[in-house]
Ligand binder design. Structure first.
Ligand code: CDP
Ligand code: MG
Length: 732
């Protein structure tokens, strides 16, 4: 049953007076852009309006750039609809599908719809597709735009709606054949903006968390009642900020320190970030207990995707964690970077939704002036490996001429082609190979897909690699306790899993032990392991395994039967069981060599006498003798969460010559995360080829191509449509 208060809430939204007009517009147009202030009700209401008014609409798909938004919004909408989540209203995100045969409205990530479009460009099962939060301009949304244009030609009756906050909307309309734009009039209030007086925003990067906490506390002490939203960049700092604020608040003397102590006598603090369990978040949307102030520390997710009611004060750190392409490794890294002016304006606007508000910027007016005007779309700053592979899989050979709303830098496309060639996913004509075809069945980065295929067909260790890949696809396996004493204990407990080759095998050990101990809650707790994450990893492993079986990729184990252990079976069973993960042997070299088929590029060489490393490209570029002295090279350090961290003394540093890493985290140092020892022989050949591939020549910008060919007028040449986009050139 839908409660009266829900009905009232729905009817009080800014969008409600325009319900009928919106329905009419959707009835008339098959391509439509809808814009409205964040919080006006687009995401939650418009799909419901369609459900309520169009009987012939059987299935609506709504994309969200973020997994967590897909979950929270569908939860909310199913509640408003008066049904259980997963029935009429459901969600689909990677590795987690909460829909059923009854589902008519499905919220999903843009990535999920993109994969569906790869398999069925007509998107036959849908009557309506809504690309929501289009202003976020994620890589997947941008590619979807291009594909939907084709879908519109194939199926003109399909209704395609693009929904966006009030940013850059003409662009969307221009792209979709100048379709009409429906504007939901805003209802916003004044927001008074305070800038920080100190102009050195960049040098203050290291202290913004502290200042955010101070500012929140200042508002709490000095300002009238009203909730506070603080924008930070990631999980670690958000958790720290919550703790610090609670600690400092505990020391307040309300009578003395708090100006409005008659009305505010306490605080409730919530974190919001992408991986947080949704249930924990529900309270975020509710009013705080009487006489308390709600204070929320959030990532960029609260900028436009999720609206929290009652916010009167915004504290903006001025930073965001953003995916950025790293040209030396050809992979993406997450970097904390200054936001754009458009983002700053959006953030401040969150304070003026229901009444006049205030925004405290932790940066100066000068810093604001120096920010980029708009956020650069993700497609122009990320590795395009996965995108290019998906497009190839769809049969789109000519990537540079694909209709992008903002085309990516051709160099990024060339790099992606070059890497796909090295991964053997495409051939020298740019055509998808069998291997590439097999890689594209996995919803993973092409690097991990490549490792999976290699483990099955070449290295015979796919059972183990499946586990490691699943473990690499989840976050925060270890729980880090607050007290120092417990931290020490957690560190000690971890040692039982450490493998001398490094973290990949360590992850395998943890997972196997988790299985051996029957997924026990107690067992996880004692070892400071995050059971929720491990359950998720198991779930992902199972799904990937199913995909492999379905596509005839054999699952083979490289476990080595330990004769001694079998003969010794009459030892205490219990003890044997408990320690089994430490006794189990695998063909470690096979596993690591399979990884090196992809990670040859994430290779680092150790400094001759210090525990730091250099990326192999820099190690090669300079004379071997000189690299240690050359301070301009980027030094890579081993993350303290790694089993190979020097203090753990799992290996002697002298024994680590070359290592491969899964990714690099840039804090004040560049930290390699998830690293293992490798033998340079495994990757040498590929590295040589990598260096020889000086250029990947693309259609149209290549001198040689014109030699002796009549390329001037190739409109009528049918074959040309299928012309290879790459000609890989190898320098002899
Ligand atoms: O999409 P748009 O930003 O226009 O608004 P929306 O996400 O549809 O949100 C409309 C209203 O629903 C806001 O006032 C939210 O606070 C509320 N909402 C909620 O109470 N719980 C959720 N899980 C999501 C939204
Ligand atoms: Mg929305």
């Amino acid at each position: 049953m839908v409660s009266a208060s829900i009905i009232k809430q729905r009817e009080s939204l800014p969008i409600f007076p325009y319900r009928q007009e919106i329905i009419e517009a959707i009835r008339q147009e098959n391509l439509l852009v809808i814009i409205g202030e964040t919080g006006s009700g687009k995401t939650t209401q418009i799909p419901q309006y369609i459900l309520e008014s169009f009987e012939d609409v059987k299935f609506i798909g709504v994309t969200q750039p973020r997994r967590i938004a897909a979950i929270t919004v569908s939860t909310r909408v199913s509640e408003e609809h008066g049904s259980k989540l997963g029935e009429v209203v459901g969600y689909s995100i990677r590795f987690d599908d909460c829909t059923s045969s009854k589902t008519r409205l499905r919220y999903m990530t843009d990535g999920v719809l993109l994969r569906e479009a790869t398999l069925d460009p007509r998107l036959e099962q849908y009557n309506v597709i809504i690309v929501d939060e289009a202003h976020e301009r994620t890589l997947e949304t941008d590619v979807l735009f291009g594909l939907l244009k084709t879908t519109h030609i194939l199926r003109p009756e399909l209704k395609i709606l693009v929904m966006s906050a009030t940013l850059n909307v003409e662009k969307f309309s221009d792209f979709f054949n100048s379709c009409p734009i429906f504007v939901i009039p805003g209802r916003t209030y004044n927001v008074l903006i305070n800038h920080h007086r100190d102009a050195r925003i960049i040098s203050l990067k290291s202290t913004f968390v502290m200042r955010a906490v101070e500012t929140a506390l200042y508002i709490h002490c000095q300002e009238q009642p009203g909730d506070i939203l603080v924008f930070l960049t990631g999980q670690g700092e958000i958790e720290k900020a919550c703790r610090d604020l609670l600690d400092q608040e505990a020391n307040l003397n309300y009578r003395k320190d708090v100006k409005y102590a008659d009305e505010v006598r306490g605080i409730v603090v919530y974190p919001i970030y992408a991986t947080l369990e949704t249930l924990e978040q529900k309270a975020v949307f509710e009013d705080p207990p009487r006489y308390t102030r709600k204070i929320i520390f959030a990532t960029n997710i609260a900028q436009t995707s999720v609206t929290i009611p009652g916010i009167k004060y915004v504290v903006d750190s001025g930073f965001v964690k953003q995916k950025s392409y790293d040209p030396t490794t050809g992979m993406d890294a997450l970097l904390v970077v200054p936001i754009s002016q458009a983002a700053a304006t959006q953030r401040a606007g969150r304070a003026g939704r229901t009444a006049p508000g205030k925004a405290y910027r932790l940066y100066s007016r000068e810093s604001f002036e120096q920010m980029e005007k708009e956020t650069i779309p993700e497609i122009q700053r990320s590795s395009l490996l996965g995108t290019v592979l998906s497009l190839k899989k769809m049969g789109i050979r000519d990537i540079l001429n694909f209709e992008f709303i903002d085309p990516p830098d051709p160099l990024l496309v060339k790099n992606a082609l070059k890497q796909l060639f090295l991964l053997e996913a495409i051939d020298d004509k740019g055509k998808l190979t069998r291997l590439g075809d097999e890689m594209s069945i996995f919803p993973l980065s092409p690097f991990l897909s490549r490792v999976l295929v290699a483990s099955s067909k070449e290295f015979e260790c796919s059972r183990e690699i499946l586990i490691i890949v699943a473990m690499l696809s989840v976050e925060e396996i270890f729980i880090s306790p607050r007290s120092e004493e417990k931290q020490f204990e957690a560190g000690e407990r971890r040692k039982e899993f450490y493998h001398p080759s490094g973290d990949h095998m360590t992850l395998l050990n943890i997972f196997e032990a988790y299985l051996d101990n029957g997924y026990s809650r107690e067992w996880c707790k004692e070892r400071y392991l995050n059971r929720r994450t491990l359950t998720m990893a198991k779930n992902i492993r199972d799904q990937l395994r199913e995909l492999m079986l379905k596509h005839d990729l054999p699952i083979i184990s490289c476990r080595i039967k330990n004769e001694d252990k079998i003969n010794d079976n009459n030892r205490s069973r219990k003890r044997h069981r408990r320690n089994s993960h430490a006794d189990t042997k695998y063909d470690t070299n096979k596993i690591l060599e399979a990884f090196s088929t992809s990670y040859y590029i994430n290779l680092a060489k150790r400094h001759s006498h210090r525990p730091l490393f250099y990326h192999y490209a820099s190690a090669r570029a300079s004379d071997n003798e000189d690299i240690d002295a050359n301070s301009s090279l980027l030094a890579l350090h081993i993350s303290s969460t790694s089993s190979l961290f020097p203090d753990n003394k799992i290996v002697r540093m002298e024994d680590l010559d070359w290592v491969m890493y899964h990714n690099v985290l840039y804090t004040n140092k560049a930290l390699m995360k998830v690293i293992s020892k490798v033998k340079i022989e495994w990757v040498e050949e590929r590295l040589k080829l990598f260096e020889k591939l000086v250029s990947v020549n693309l259609d149209g910008d290549d001198d040689e191509k014109n030699e002796g060919q009549e390329n001037e007028n190739d409109d009528d040449d049918d074959d040309d449509k299928f012309k290879a986009v790459t000609n890989i050139k190898i320098e002899e």
